[in-house]
Write a protein that binds this ligand. Structure first.
Ligand code: BDR
Ligand code: CA
Length: 316
């Protein structure tokens, strides 16, 4: 694929096993022009997710500029998820030390620079809390129209995973999510309605292990680690939440997608962080999000494996 046909994107996440695998997919599939990678606090502190971002980019040979994102959620205390991703935020196999350093400018200023310099509109792929995206929109409203769309992992039309009502990424920074969902920028929402069905099973781990390249060797171990926690909750595989936000940009045909009006609950005793989805259109509002509801799991896994296979081929 020629460079001009690639989709220009910024990767923003809190790696995190499934964030890391979504970046393996994004780089491996060869269909994106990755302009920048930024970290956000979520699965672990911003210090740890930034270090993990550098380690993952080093592992997969992703040579985009990396910058540290916001230090805190917009208006609430930072929350992390060590039970799911470990104390490092990316526990499991040993990773290479970073081969390069973060940019001296902030993540927000890096976004501004690459978006300004890009001759096409840029897609944001957000796989963590939406803090950086909201902070960018507040700091650079003049660049809003230069964003093609935001493909995000977060929320759920019907239920939550961190509380009965809220999914983790939205719960960590609901004010940021509210700004993003009210921005008017086209949103692709990969919520847990679909991501909990994007399971990579132990049989799939073996297929990945058999690829036997430097990235597959790490990915199957990440999957095993991630599955260990989810198995205790009754899952039959590792849910690939974050890779859905990447996959939908290159293979939308494998997903069931419906447009809804989605509001964010920023407070409340029971529903803080909920993505309140107007399923029956009772509010009469124009939809602001295209929500992923279902997927062809086998096709998803096959495409994921195809992307991991490329790391054993030519130099990327
Ligand atoms: C989301 O929360 C994080 O733990 C994962 O990386 C994913 O982005 C799933 O709720
Ligand atoms: Ca994540």
């Amino acid at each position: 694929m020629t460079e001009t046909k690639r989709i220009p994107i910024i990767l923003d996440g809190d790696p995190g096993h499934d964030d890391a695998i979504s970046w393996v997919l994004a780089h491996g599939c060869g269909q994106f022009d990755i302009l920048a990678v930024t970290s956000v606090g979520g699965n672990q502190t911003i210090e740890k997710t930034t270090y993990n971002t550098l380690r993952v980019c080093t592992l997969i040979g992703l040579n985009a500029p990396v910058a540290r994102g916001c230090y805190h959620p917009l208006n609430t205390e930072q929350m992390n998820a060590p039970t799911v991703h470990g104390e490092s935020g990316l526990d499991g196999p040993a990773l290479p030390e970073p081969a390069f350093a973060v940019q001296e400018i902030s993540g927000i200023e890096l976004w501004a620079r690459v978006i300004r310099n890009c001759d096409r509109k840029v897609t944001i792929v957000s796989t963590g809390p939406l803090t950086n995206t909201a902070a960018f929109l507040l700091a650079h409203p003049e660049l809003k129209d230069r964003i093609e769309r935001i493909s995000l992992m977060g929320g759920g039309c019907l239920f939550g995973n961190w509380t009965p009502a809220a999914e983790f990424n939205i719960l960590v920074d609901p004010e940021a999510a509210k700004i993003v969902f009210e921005s008017g920028i086209p949103i692709l929402m990969a919520g847990i309605d679909v991501t909990e069905k994007a399971l990579v099973t132990p049989a799939d781990f073996e297929r990945i292990r058999a690829l036997n390249n430097p990235v597959s060797d790490i990915v199957w171990q990440w999957l095993e680690f991630f599955y260990r926690f989810h198995k205790t909750m009754g899952y039959e595989g590792a849910p690939m939440h974050d890779p859905c936000a990447v996959m939908v940009l290159i293979h939308p045909e494998i997903f069931t997608i419906r447009d809804f009006y989605v509001q964010i609950e920023t407070c409340g005793d029971y529903c803080k962080g909920a993505t309140i989805t107007d399923w029956h259109g009772t509010l009469g509002k124009t939809p602001n999000a295209s929500c992923l509801l279902d997927l062809d799991r086998e096709a998803f896994v096959n495409y994921l494996i195809d992307s991991i296979r490329t790391y054993g081929e030519v130099e990327k």
